[in-house]
Design a protein around this ligand. Structure first.
Ligand code: DX5
Ligand code: ZN
Length: 219
């Protein structure tokens, strides 16, 4: 079953738990947590404390997306009872294998993400070890950007590699997803779909979430 992970980057931080509760009522599967450090990406979002403010306030697992340099220094901070995945960027990890093993040693699932200009080949020797691959369909740093179509090619290729090599990682896409393109994205072989502004910057978060869920479940 394909899953929806609304990104709280586009939520109203003054009423974060309320916005998240609406997405949960609409049937969302994960809370996507976008952490930006102003170094790896040209924007600062929030850290573990903000994420932890949601602990116990939602049943949804956290899908943590670290857009930060030196993630190894901060991994422990993001482990909570809700944390399901911690994903790091291939481009930010010179010792990616070590970082992935570090995440797993904390008892959570490990993901790796690649930027739009990074090739799948950079993941050849790590695919065996990861629980998820997050394909960026925008240049990370900001919500509300336009979907980069070449991400679909990557998703299809990745799904084919997974099939051919009998691997079992999840495939996630992140950036520029909206109600008009979500079905095509889901059909390409994506398992987990992130949507930020298209969920939280709408008048009725619960109803919009329902529409997303309906579309992805019908693929
Ligand atoms: C981009 C973030 C995304 C972002 C998606 O740097 O990783 O998760 O919040 O936002 P939208 O869905 O608005 O493109
Ligand atoms: Zn993200």
């Amino acid at each position: 079953m394909k899953k929806l992970a609304p990104s709280i980057l586009s939520a109203d931080f003054s009423q974060l738990a309320k916005d998240v509760a609406q997405a949960e009522k609409g049937g969302a599967d994960f809370v996507h947590v976008d952490v930006m450090d102003g170094h790896f990406v040209p924007n600062i979002s929030f850290g573990a404390a903000v994420m932890k403010s949601l602990e116990g306030k939602t049943q949804m697992p956290f899908d943590v997306h670290l857009m930060i340099e030196n993630p190894d220094n901060y991994l422990e901070d993001f482990v909570t009872d809700n944390t399901a995945y911690i994903t790091v960027h291939q481009e930010a990890c010179p010792h990616l294998n070590r970082t992935i093993q570090h995440i797993k040693s904390l008892g959570v699932k490990a993901g790796v993400s690649i930027n739009p200009a990074t090739t799948l080949a950079t993941l050849d020797f790590i695919l065996d070890d990861v629980d998820m691959v997050l394909v960026m369909s925008v240049n990370p740093g900001f919500g509300g950007q336009k979907f980069i179509p070449s991400a679909l090619e990557k998703i299809r290729e990745l799904a084919e590699i997974r099939r051919a090599e009998e691997l079992d990682f999840e495939i996630e896409i992140d950036g520029g997803v909206n109600l008009d393109n979500v079905q095509e994205i889901a059909s390409a072989g994506t398992d987990i779909i992130v949507a930020g502004s298209a969920v939280f910057k709408t008048a009725d978060i619960e109803d919009t979430t329902k529409q997303f869920v309906k579309k992805i479940r019908s693929v």
